[in-house]
Ligand binder design. Structure first.
Ligand code: FES
Length: 125
């Protein structure tokens, strides 16, 4: 089975790298590894689990840190169901719902309260 290395970056704590199977969500892999991430609905509607994609690591061609080159969630993930809590603009800015996102490449994701504060409340919760 294919798996991907997903590094969770926190502004206030150590980074952790997870191995996430291709049929697994980032949240499920984190829980399996004993890493606590916030969540609520687990359905892509409440935004509680949001993270932000900050880099792709596909064969050594790591993405630019330049804001204009920020990867989209679609560059790195497939979703189990529609991520209704995010607008198209937020997805284009790299925000990703970790409860339903399954990685398709090695990547780095910023998590924590700062990311959550950047995104408004979900219209679905
Ligand atoms: S836990 Fe609600 S959107 Fe992920």
């Amino acid at each position: 089975m294919t798996s991907y290395d997903v590094t969770l970056e926190r502004t206030d704590g150590p980074n952790r790298t997870l191995e996430v199977a291709d049929d697994e969500t980032v949240l499920d892999a984190a829980q399996r590894a004993g890493i606590r991430l916030p969540y609520d609905c687990r359905k892509g509607t409440c935004i509680t689990c949001v993270g932000r994609l900050v880099g792709l690591e596909d064969g050594g061609s790591e993405s630019e840190t330049d804001e204009t080159a920020r990867p989209r969630d679609a560059d790195a993930f497939t979703y189990r169901r529609t991520p209704r809590a995010l607008t198209d603009g937020e997805r284009a800015d790299g925000y990703v719902l970790l409860c339903i996102a399954q990685p398709r490449t090695d990547c780095r994701i910023e998590v924590g309260p700062r990311v959550r504060a950047e995104v408004g409340d979900s219209p679905w919760s």
